[in-house]
Design a protein around this ligand. Structure first.
Ligand code: CMP
Length: 142
């Protein structure tokens, strides 16, 4: 089924200047970019976005990393988009990521792991709404 998912290119990958390479992997993988914005997250925004992790031991480091530089945020659309996007990213820990995935190619550690993607339909909805009004999403007309 057609789905939408939220994708973030994290500060490490933006710093490596590989936004275009990553976009190309999304497009070649059958995903369409239907909204995008670049921003430098505030601490409040990063804490809000990752609120589900606030009791985890890595929370503080995660927030510090996510505000260390600009991020590129996009909504991706396509058939089975959530799973497809996760396959293109590879495992959260780059040491476990399959060859040819974004994390295998660009991530250095589980903390600096290049990209984020929604993990299911409910989180996709919440995460998309965190960054984009409905009016900012541009479904294809051709
Ligand atoms: P992300 O998909 O953005 O969601 C939360 C992030 O926390 C995750 O990617 C990792 O970069 C980071 N993280 C750090 N340590 C862990 C861990 N032990 N388990 C899961 N995520 C972790």
């Amino acid at each position: 089924a057609q789905e939408r998912t939220l994708s973030i290119i994290k500060p490490d990958a933006v710093a490596k200047n590989v936004i275009g390479d990553i976009y190309s992997r999304f497009e070649k993988g059958g995903l369409r970019i239907v909204a995008a914005r670049m921003l430098h997250l505030s601490r409040d925004q990063a804490e809000g976005f990752y609120a589900v992790h606030q009791e985890r031991p890595f929370f503080r480091d995660l927030v510090d990393f996510m505000i260390s530089g600009p991020v590129m945020v996009q909504v991706l659309e396509g058939d089975d988009a959530i799973r497809r996007h996760r396959d293109i990213m590879g495992a959260t820990n780059p040491k476990e990521a399959a060859p040819g995935t974004i994390r295998a190619d660009f991530a250095t550690s589980i903390d600096e792991n290049a990209v984020h993607g929604s993990d299911g339909p409910d989180t996709a909805k919440t995460e998309i709404a965190f960054f984009f009004d409905d009016s900012a999403i541009c479904p294809r007309t051709r």
